[in-house]
Design a protein. Sequence first.
Length: 161
Amino acid sequence: MRILGLDPGLATTGWGLIQAEGNRLSHIANGQLTTKTSAGLPQRLASLGDQLDALIAEHQPDSAAVEEVFVNQNPQSTLKLGQARGVVIMTAARAGIDVGEYAARLVKKAVVGVGNAEKAQVHAMVARLLPGAKIAGPDAADALAVAITHAHHLATPRRIA
């Protein structure tokens, strides 16, 4: 099963594609989708959707997963993140792909073993779980962590969706 992990953001959306065969995971590709900060919000959201449409058409994932929204200090930033997340979920669903959603603490626990792990620990474990993967940046590493989490939950009888 090909799993597309997504770490939504308005400026940068990380993505990571893995192959899951039982408990065996392998890296296929990863990267970052970016939008022009000089463009208006509607154009940025449309661009994000277009880029994700092209990515899905190219890689044909079987399933997708996104990290749930977290509330940060700036309400405007939280709203923009939520809008980007909505575009990502809608684009995948429109392509006929089931989308799993996971809290950040659950992703950290699935990848590192503890829910309060630091980002550096998560990124180190992603690199260890997917040896040889050239990771395009921190957003792509986060997306791969979400994909790994989804793979683990699909492989267990106590599936969380």
